[in-house]
Write a new protein. Structure first.
Length: 379
């Protein structure tokens, strides 16, 4: 099984400068390929390889780093082009063109979901995808063409899994460096599940309500820091662009956004790990967050909860721990159905938090939904 472990790096000033140089080389090469694609309307892998070779031979500064850093842009742009011509992407691009009014909007819509230019400071990263070029020893690692005087880069902790390191992706975010190691391993601690089956109802007020009565409160990572983010964004808008004060405030905003996303991930990882380890069968709803956010009153809370991330984590963790994952039909009326007699209500408003049925059942709305989710079986 392939598992990834992302951890923080502690590079020295010189090592950090070298990593920035790698990121810049990768970004420059990728942008050259994007420019070629936009000019010619097509770009094959063979053409990409030749373009990368020509640039590397003509520019000495591209030879300062491992050839894998810029050669991997060939795979990256090939995937981006294929992703931009799927039926879903074409439909979205057609819709964007139909909605475009100004010339600027139309120009953007033409390239919507197709390869776009990489910007400095946005998703700064590069990858080494050949295991022979990566060497890990304890809490240090190095990769091909890392200068000898820079030695090895320190990591915050040991890699969690025992196995073969297949590749590493190094990224920079909110003033910190990270390395994500992809490891081929069978080093997974499996334990016997304590409970048989459970239904999980996700919500905004409570993150998850289980059919056995357990409730996991919403983490509200963004709403807790929303006021501070608003204050910093106001301050940034009033400062002169690229001044020292502007850069300082921007760094604070980036760091705060980082803490928001990390605290959200931590809460979801704790929940999904506990569910997949402790139950033999877990039933969850097939939610569509992209459609749910159309309700503008709840959109912010829905995004903050991370429903899409919850489903992704449950899928791979249930496979890892041999837990049966059941995805309940999207149109199954779990909230409107009585968990006692099975009668379905025609209407149930969102502000109605207690479910009352003619059969005499009075129960919390989310608990009722989780009981129905647990009982659901595919037809």
């Amino acid at each position: 099984m392939l598992l990834a472990h992302k951890l923080e790096l502690y590079p020295t000033k010189k090592q950090s400068d070298y990593l920035f140089h790698c990121v810049a080389n990768r970004r420059y090469m990728y942008n050259q390929l994007v420019e070629y694609y936009r000019e010619h309307g097509k770009l094959t892998k063979k053409e990409s390889v030749e373009i990368v070779k020509d640039y590397r031979n003509n520019f000495e500064w591209l030879q300062d780093v491992s050839t894998r850093v810029i050669r991997n842009t060939v795979d990256d742009i090939d995937k981006a082009i294929k992703r931009g011509w799927t039926s879903e992407a074409k439909a979205k691009r057609k819709k964007a063109l139909a909605c475009a009014v100004t010339a600027k909007q139309k120009a953007r819509a033409v390239h919507y979901m197709l390869p776009s230019f990489s910007k400095r400071g946005v998703n700064d990263s590069f990858a080494i995808r050949e295991k022979e070029k990566i060497k890990v020893s304890g809490r240090k690692f190095k990769f091909e063409k890392l200068p000898k005087e820079l030695r090895e880069i320190k990591m915050r902790e040991l890699i969690r899994f025992n196995g073969t390191v297949k590749q590493v992706t190094i990224s920079h975010r909110a003033g910190k460096w990270f390395a994500s190691f992809l490891i081929e391993t069978e080093d997974i601690e499996k334990q016997e599940s304590s409970f048989e089956s459970v239904g999980v109802d996700l919500g905004v007020k409570e993150l998850a309500t289980l059919s056995d009565g357990k409730i996991f409160p919403a983490h509200k990572s963004y709403s807790k820091r929303e006021r501070k983010l608003r204050q910093l964004n106001k301050k940034l808008a009033r400062q002169k662009k690229d001044s020292n004060g502007f850069k300082e405030t921007k760094a604070k905003i980036q760091k705060l956004h980082y803490y928001v996303s990390e605290s959200r991930k931590q809460a979801l990882h704790e929940l999904t790990s506990w569910l997949s380890k402790n139950y033999k069968r877990v039933a969850i709803e097939d939610l569509a967050p992209s459609n749910m956010v159309k309700n503008h009153k709840l959109a912010k809370s829905i995004i903050d909860a991370g429903f899409g991330m919850f489903k992704e984590q449950m899928e791979y963790k249930c496979e890892m721990y041999n837990t049966e994952l059941v995805i309940v039909d999207r149109w199954y009326p779990s909230s409107k159905t009585c968990s006692n007699c099975g009668k379905v209500k025609k209407e149930l408003k969102l502000n109605t938090r207690t479910y009352t049925c003619e059969c005499g059942l009075v129960i919390d709305r989310d608990l009722n939904a989780s009981l129905n989710i647990n009982r659901w079986r595919p037809v």
